[in-house]
Write a protein that binds this ligand. Structure first.
Ligand SMILES: [Zn+2]
Ligand SMILES: [Zn+2]
Length: 350
C-alpha cells in the first residue's frame, strides 16, 4: 500500500491506497447529472498519457507532433498536462485546501480548466485537481510533479487471480432501473470497439450471440463492409470453454490491466466488470404463470431489466481511443475514424 505525499514538504495528502487499472470511463462525459466517483475508495489509478491543461488546438500542433504524443488522427485539441496523473476518490484526499481562484467549471461544479485547484495545507504547493462538474465522473487527479508515492505498512496488495475474479469483483449490469444503458458499458464497449476495428483488417466481423452481439453488431454492420470474407468475435476467458476463433473478446484485469492470455489470432480486451456480466450473468427468473394457466406456462418473476432503446457506443470515447491506436494511420481505418467524426448523427453512436 502507498500514501501520496507532497514533494515540497513531505506532508501526506491521501489515505492508504492500492493501485487498480485506469477505468475506461475515466475521461467520459455523460449526461447532465452529477456522476459518482469512477474509483472505489482506497484505490488509485494512473493515467499514463498526458492529460489536463494546457490544451493546444490540432491546427497549432500538427500531425507530426501529435504522432510523437501518441495521437494518430485529428482531434480538436491535445492535452499538454503531465503524463502519469494519479486519480483517487475525493474522500481519500487528506491535508489539502482549495485554491479559490482556480475553482471554476462549465456548469454545476469544477473541472480542470485552470489547472490544480487543491494545495497542500502545509506548504501551499498546488498538488491536485478536484473535478465534480456535472456529466464528469468525480475524481481528484494528483499532479505527479507535486506528489510522490510512499510505501506504508498495511495489508499486502493482493492481485486477484483470474479464476477468483468472479468471486472478488462485482460485475456491472448493463441497464438501470429506468431502462437506460449503463454509461460504464458504453465506455467499455466503445474502447473495445476501437480495438476490434483495428484488428478486423477492415473485414466484416460477426459477433457471437448474446450481449456481445447486442452491443457490437449495429456499429460493426454500419462501419465495416457487408460480408464475405468475415471474421468472428467470440467471448473467451477464465471460466468459459476454450474456443477456437479468429477474434477473442477477453477480460482486462481490473487491478493490473493485464489482458487475459489467449491463443486466438487476435484479442480484444474488455473491462472485466462488463466482460463478466456478458459471460456469466443470467438474471432471468421464471415462475409459474397466473392461476388458471397451464402448468408449462411460465413468466419472468421479477421482470428482468430491459433497455428501452438499442445500445449505442459513446462516440467521444470511441474516437478518443481510435485516435490513439497507431493502426489508425492505415487509410481504411482512418476513413472509419473520419466517418464517425463527421457523421455521428447518422451512425449508431451517441
Ligand atoms: Zn506540502
Ligand atoms: Zn450542470
Amino acid at each position: 500500500m502507498v500514501v501520496f505525499a507532497c514533494v515540497g514538504c513531505g506532508a501526506v495528502v491521501t489515505a492508504r491506497l492500492s493501485r487498480v487499472a485506469l477505468p475506461d470511463h475515466a475521461d467520459q462525459t455523460y449526461g447532465h447529472d452529477l456522476l459518482p466517483g469512477f474509483l472505489e475508495p482506497g484505490t488509485y489509478a494512473v493515467n499514463p498519457a498526458p492529460s489536463g491543461p494546457p490544451w493546444r488546438l490540432w491546427d497549432e500542433v500538427g500531425a507530426e507532433e501529435a504522432e510523437a504524443r501518441g495521437v494518430y488522427a485529428p482531434v480538436y485539441s491535445l492535452p499538454y498536462g503531465p503524463s502519469g496523473q494519479v486519480g483517487v476518490a475525493p474522500g481519500d484526499v487528506r491535508g489539502t485546501v482549495l485554491i479559490p481562484e482556480r475553482c471554476d467549471g462549465l456548469c454545476c461544479g469544477w473541472d480542470s480548466r485552470n489547472g490544480p485547484n487543491l494545495a497542500c495545507a502545509e506548504c501551499g504547493r498546488a498538488v491536485a485537481t478536484r473535478i465534480d462538474d456535472c456529466g464528469i465522473w468525480q475524481v481528484v487527479w494528483l499532479d505527479p510533479r507535486a506528489v510522490c508515492p510512499v510505501a506504508v505498512d498495511g495489508p499486502a496488495h493482493q492481485v486477484v487471480g483470474w479464476e477468483m475474479l468472479r468471486k472478488a469483483y462485482p460485475d456491472t449490469p448493463p441497464v438501470d432501473q429506468l431502462g437506460f444503458w449503463s454509461p460504464v458499458w458504453a465506455a467499455a464497449v466503445s474502447v473495445a470497439l476501437a480495438h476490434l476495428l483495428a484488428v478486423s483488417g477492415g473485414m466484416r466481423v460477426v459477433a457471437s450471440d448474446g450481449f456481445a452481439a447486442e452491443v457490437f453488431r449495429r456499429a460493426l454492420d454500419a462501419l465495416l463492409p457487408p460480408g464475405p470474407p468475415e471474421r468472428h468475435l467470440v467471448l473467451a476467458g477464465p471460466g468459459l470453454p476454450d474456443v477456437i476463433t479468429d477474434i477473442a473478446l477477453v477480460p482486462r484485469h481490473p487491478q493490473t490491466g493485464e489482458v487475459w492470455p489467449c491463443g486466438a489470432e487476435a484479442v480484444v480486451p474488455l473491462a472485466a466488470d462488463v466482460w463478466m456480466y456478458m459471460a456469466f450473468n443470467d438474471d432471468r427468473r421464471l415462475g409459474p404463470a397466473a392461476a388458471g394457466m397451464p402448468d408449462d406456462v411460465h413468466r419472468d418473476d421479477p421482470l428482468p431489466l430491459l433497455p428501452y432503446s438499442s445500445f449505442s457506443p459513446d462516440s467521444e470515447v470511441f474516437l478518443s481511443t481510435l485516435a490513439r491506436l497507431p493502426a489508425t494511420r492505415e487509410p481504411w481505418l482512418r476513413a472509419i475514424y473520419d466517418r464517425v467524426a463527421d457523421h455521428r448523427p447518422s451512425l449508431p453512436f451517441f
